[in-house]
Design a protein around this ligand. Structure first.
Ligand SMILES: *[C@@H]1O[C@H](CO)[C@@H](O)[C@H](O)[C@H]1NC(C)=O
Ligand SMILES: *[C@@H]1O[C@H](CO)[C@@H](O)[C@H](O)[C@H]1NC(C)=O
Ligand SMILES: [Zn+2]
Length: 458
């Protein structure tokens, strides 16, 4: 372990100093060690292993060379690629340590007119029909930074935790940049949408009167980072392609663990909470982990039955921090899969995007003969089938319980949209097939391991 570690660090150093292309070869263990050593290095490893190339070019950053090697990942970076993507200069330019200097000042990156409209939208940030797509256009693709910064301000977090606003902005820019804009669905706009939904839930009377600033802080950070660095493919795909993240996280909540560790990396790197005690920072990191890990949709039944039994017993006590955090986990789960509870116009766009991402994965699986995952085959699946299954087996049960917990106008609005949207998709389905009641059988196996991630709209 010691020697392997030194060897890995030496390789990183050589790569840093030379900035030249060379044949690079390292074991999976080494990648794992690099990963554990720190997320900074993780990012660099990704670049060197060619993931960055994939990230910028096509959707998933999966390095297809892994299909052709056994235990060694051999990476030969061509001179052109180095110049185009991996040059030392480019690394410096994009490096977090230097990025702070070019942190966009919202007044610089926006036309004044758009800026004014975006600001105007932010006044209604707590409305359930907030149009995040429009907001993203008005902010020139900076919806996650703008919205989250605004919410930090609105909840008084900057003052309460004595946050340096430059560091906060820098942190949020890093978060936004670590989402893959090429992903049709799992990109920064989805993160912004989930953060906005989370804000709506935090405002619900039951929660707002018992939440502490600490809870709000964790909730917003977890929402903004919950899909950080998502590769645009699901966990079964990572497992069957022997991706090192699957090895690292032992095939369990692989993506969620990676989102969390990536978030921790950025939190540490930004120094946003450097002024807090180590104890508090560690508590924050682990609690953010609990929130993000709860978004693993394959665990939904466990969370849902816990929620249900609390509600049956009526024993939830929000003065109790553990209960509060459990509710925040449920709230983040709701925020993550709330697309079908939005207005039809918004909901439909999300449905198209997520299906595009599934089908893209299916195309890759076909091309490389990996076996097409359920819901990913564009020849046999339709948006309507996928949505109806998703609503029936995942969204309706979750929001049904949520409405029991928080029986408010918002909950009724969400259930109302859910019903209408499902009826609309059933109409589409009838037009397409002539039969009305097809529900994708894939969703009925939600508990099995075959399907842990497919219907993941997270
Ligand atoms: C950033 O924007 C503020 C106004 O919002 C302005 O006062 C400040 O000078 C700007 N900073 C830079 C570096 O342009
Ligand atoms: C993960 O799953 C793959 C494929 O099913 C299997 O070969 C591997 O041993 C599993 N790894 C762990 C740590 O369970
Ligand atoms: Zn998500």
């Amino acid at each position: 372990m010691g020697i392997a570690l030194i060897w890995c660090l030496a390789l990183i150093l050589i790569r840093w100093i030379t900035s030249k292309e060379f044949l690079f070869s390292y074991s999976k263990e080494c990648v794992t060690i690099m990963y554990i050593v720190g997320v900074n290095i993780d990012v660099r490893v990704r670049s060197r292993a060619g993931f960055e190339t994939e990230r910028r070019g096509s959707h998933p950053y999966i390095d297809f060379r892994i299909f052709h090697s056994n235990s060694e990942i051999e990476v030969s970076v061509s001179a052109r690629n180095v110049r185009r993507l991996l040059s030392f200069q480019r690394y410096l330019r994009s490096s977090r340590f230097f990025r702070g200097i070019t942190v966009p000042n919202s007044s610089n990156i926006l036309d004044d007119d758009y800026n004014g409209q975006a600001k105007c939208m932010l006044e209604k940030v707590g409305n359930w029909n907030f149009d995040i797509f429009l907001f993203d256009r008005l902010t020139n693709g900076n919806s996650l930074v703008s919205l989250t910064f605004h919410l930090f301000n609105l909840h008084g977090l900057i003052e309460h935790f004595q946050l340096d606003t430059m560091k906060l902005r820098r942190f949020l820019v890093m978060v936004q940049e670590d989402y893959h804009s090429q992903n049709p669905y799992h990109n920064a706009v989805h993160a912004a949408d989930v953060t906005q939904a989370m804000h709506c839930y935090l405002k619900e009377p039951k929660l707002s009167k018992s939440l502490t600033p600490w809870d709000v802080l964790l909730s917003l950070i977890a929402a903004a980072t919950h899909d950080l660095d998502h590769p645009g493919v699901n966990q079964p795909f990572l497992i069957k392609t022997n991706h090192y993240l699957a090895t690292l996280y032992k095939n369990t909540s692989v993506l969620e663990n990676h989102h969390w560790r990536s978030a921790v990396g950025l939190l540490r790197e930004s120094g946003l909470f450097a002024h807090m005690s180590l104890e508090n920072r560690q508590l924050m990191e682990s609690q953010i982990g609990d929130l993000i890990l709860a978004t693993d949709i394959s665990q939904q039944n466990e969370y849902l039955s816990m929620f249900r039994s609390h509600l049956d017993r009526g024993d939830l006590c929000l003065e109790n921090a553990n209960h509060r955090h459990f509710i925040l986990q449920m709230a983040l789960k709701c925020a993550d899969i709330c697309n079908p509870c939005r207005t039809w116009e918004l909901s439909k766009q999300w449905s198209e995007k997520v299906t595009e991402e599934f089908f893209h994965q299916g195309d890759i699986e076909k091309k490389y003969h990996l076996g097409v995952s359920p819901l990913c085959d564009r020849q046999t699946e339709t948006i309507a089938n996928i949505q109806i299954g998703f609503m029936t087996y995942l969204v309706e049960p979750l929001f049904g319980e949520w409405a029991r917990f928080s029986n408010t106008r918002l909950s009724q609005t969400m259930l109302g949209h859910l019903g209408l949207n499902k009826a609309s998709w059933k109409g589409v389905q009838r037009e397409q097939s002539g039969s009305g009641d097809d529900v994708d059988p894939a969703f009925e196996e939600m508990d099995s391991d075959i399907l842990p991630q497919e219907p993941r709209l997270s």
